[in-house]
Design a protein around this ligand. Structure first.
Ligand SMILES: [Zn+2]
Ligand SMILES: [Zn+2]
Length: 349
């Protein structure tokens, strides 16, 4: 099978890997669509906290079950599923004893195990969600970052009607966080440092979208809230920078809450600690998507979240490098790129 192998940081190559048959407890998935994540870009540059190499990355995927290993129940060949499942380590006691389904240290496909920039994946079918018929492969793929935003907005920040929310970052997760917050009745200020991304936020409904390097974000938030500050901040930037958390603390009101979704490359962020302490502001993390796909599939199905509006490019597997370059350079007004490992669809679509 064809796969995109990250041999080491910044060396990504289309390779042939041996076809795998699913062992006991495993399923063989055909990857129909996989969207490219900012985490993959960090992995490519060797600065993502979780991605190891050599690695086939890719974790935002929609797949079809192609074969079942012995002992798999509740799943049928032909089922369309969202998610990556888990990869048995092959080395722990249960794995060595032939019972991979009880693996004690399963890897996360796309991060610590091979993922979905490949035609096929052989995985343990954990946390895989059936894709409703009316949701396309590409929508199911980009549903993943929307689910990440949903966890931050609905659970961690618990955004409510009437609140003012600052969403830092107008990438796909930031845009989804903005859309989901507005849906809950909040007023949203979105920020980014790239103008076309701010424009996109405006097009998709942000009450205000500002360039954090050119505009007075704190002044605008204060103006909007009668001088108090935002009720909540959702940080969706992370990466190799140290500006957003300081701004978040300044922008949030006394007693307000900051949810951190971004993955900070340096494991460090500067916080104005006196302001945080005196004004009893809270910073909390937001990780993964324990609510699962279902709430987001429902919102896509009802048209409340326009998943397709996040997609700007559709490419075949061989052009994954180009996808990463587009995202690196923020070229061609790129937002979400979807890779189609098993079809030429993609090109020009
Ligand atoms: Zn992702
Ligand atoms: Zn194991």
């Amino acid at each position: 099978m064809k796969a995109m192998m990250l041999w080491e940081p910044e060396r990504l190559e289309l390779v042939d890997l041996p076809d795998e048959a699913p062992g006991p407890g495993e399923v063989l998935l055909r990857v129909d669509a996989c969207s490219v994540c900012g985490s993959d870009l960090e992995g490519y540059h060797g600065i993502h906290p979780k991605v190891t190499w050599p690695r086939v990355m890719g974790h935002e995927c929609a797949c079809t079950v192609a074969a079942l290993g012995p002992g798999v129940t509740g799943i049928a060949v032909g089922d369309r599923l969202a998610g990556t499942g888990a990869k048995a380590c092959g080395e722990c006691g249960p794995c060595r004893g032939g019972d991979r389904s009880r693996c004690e240290r399963p890897g996360g496909p796309g991060f610590t195990a091979h993922g979905a920039y490949a035609q096929w994946m052989t995985v343990l079918p954990r946390d895989l969600t059936p894709i409703p018929e009316c949701i396309s492969d590409e929508e199911a793929a980009v549903a993943q970052p929307i689910c990440i935003a949903n966890h931050a907005v609905a659970t961690r920040a618990a955004v409510r009607a009437g609140e003012t929310v600052l969403v830092q970052g107008c990438g796909p997760i930031g845009l989804a966080a903005m859309i989901l917050s507005r849906r809950r009745g909040a007023r949203v200020v979105s920020t980014d440092i790239v103008d076309y991304r701010c424009r996109r936020a405006r097009d998709l409904g942000a009450d205000l979208a500002l360039n954090a390097h050119a505009d007075d974000v704190l002044g605008a938030v204060k103006d909007l809230t009668g001088g108090r500050g935002a009720d909540k901040v959702i940080e969706c930037v992370g990466g190799d920078q140290d500006e957003t958390l300081a701004q978040a603390v300044r922008a949030v009101r006394p007693g307000g809450l900051i949810a951190v979704v971004g993955s900070f490359a340096n494991d460090r962020a500067t916080v104005p600690i006196i302001d945080l302490k005196f004004n009893e502001k809270r910073i909390l993390g937001s990780q993964s998507m324990p609510e699962g796909y279902e709430p987001v599939f429902a919102l896509i199905r009802s048209g409340e979240v326009p998943a397709r509006a996040l997609i700007t490019h559709r490419l075949p597997l061989a052009e994954t490098r180009r996808a990463l370059r587009l995202m690196d350079e923020k070229a061609e007004e790129v937002m979400k790129v979807v890779i189609f490992p098993n079809s030429g669809k993609g090109v020009g679509a």
